[in-house]
Design a binder for this molecule. Structure first.
Ligand SMILES: NC(=O)c1ccc[n+]([C@@H]2O[C@H](COP(=O)([O-])OP(=O)(O)OC[C@H]3O[C@@H](n4cnc5c(N)ncnc54)[C@H](OP(=O)(O)O)[C@@H]3O)[C@@H](O)[C@H]2O)c1
Length: 230
């Protein structure tokens, strides 16, 4: 069975997830960072696109040592499985994703990834082909389900979230809306991609919860399909 997919990200009041130079920026406060860390700890796996790894040098590791200890005490790996979607095996082998934390690291590539790049990454992570020219996310979810991943957190960025939302591959979206304006037409918004026309229709969401955290709001929506099936 495919995992339950939670999209989790932070955006500014004007919907931006980073700056016009695609630089990571602080959108949440301390309470919200702690919440995201707890959500990571609850999940079996966390995932980002290669754009996020290259822009942010993200490690995807838990920050709070207490969460690491309690995962280990319950017989799980200290860190959730960390996954990158990277069609052409562009991951840098000296990045924080490899340097920080313990546990399983998985890179999904496509058949278009050069063999020499795959060989370099295979020394540091499981490298799994899924898809011809681009990583096929449906195939990825099937494979993750087969290896026992039940709850998956997808953290971005904008391009990966377009694929997850437009292909309706998510169950829940948790967005923290921070109290700041970033601005800029070139700053990525929560969901990128080519977008829908009015005739094509949009992805309907069902509001589940709104909560004030720090100076912003955490909004949780369900995929409308999920709400109907509950
Ligand atoms: N505020 C937040 O919560 C938050 C969270 C995460 C990221 N961010 C920001 O988001 C920005 C990065 O976003 P991004 O859009 O450039 O990169 P991204 O979404 O992280 O990664 C996109 C890349 O993934 C690869 N990919 C492979 N298969 C794919 C598929 N089926 N669907 C979609 N992508 C696929 C593509 O490159 P290949 O084809 O070469 O593989 C694509 O260019 C950064 O500025 C980062 O700071 C913000």
């Amino acid at each position: 069975m495919r995992p339950y997919v939670i999209i989790s990200a932070a955006m500014s009041a004007d919907g931006k997830i980073s700056t016009k130079e695609h630089q990571q920026t602080k959108i949440s406060g301390e309470q919200d960072f702690a919440r995201v860390d707890r959500l990571r700890a609850e999940c079996d796996a966390v995932m980002v696109g290669i754009g996020t790894i290259l822009a942010d040098d993200a490690s995807l590791c838990l920050k709070n040592p207490g969460l690491i200890v309690s995962r280990a005490a319950s017989g799980r790996d200290e860190q959730p499985m960390r996954i990158v979607i990277d069609s052409r095996a562009r991951m840098q082998p000296d990045g924080d994703f490899f340097k920080k934390g313990t546990g399983k690291r998985v890179i999904f590539v496509s058949d278009a990834a050069p063999e020499d790049r795959i060989a370099v990454l295979r020394e540091k992570a499981a490298v799994i082909p899924a898809g011809k020219d681009r990583v096929d996310l449906g195939q990825v979810l099937d494979l993750l389900g087969e290896i026992g991943v039940k709850k998956l957190m997808v953290e971005g960025g904008a391009t990966l979230l377009w694929s997850f939302t437009s292909q309706r591959l998510f169950d829940e979206i948790r967005i923290y809306v921070g109290a700041l304006i970033i601005g800029g037409v070139n700053a990525p918004t929560l969901v990128g991609g080519i977008g829908f026309t009015r005739d094509e229709g949009f992805i309907p969401l069902a509001l589940k919860n709104v909560e004030k955290i720090d100076d912003g709001l955490l909004i949780t929506w369900l995929n409308k399909r999920m709400e109907l099936s509950v």
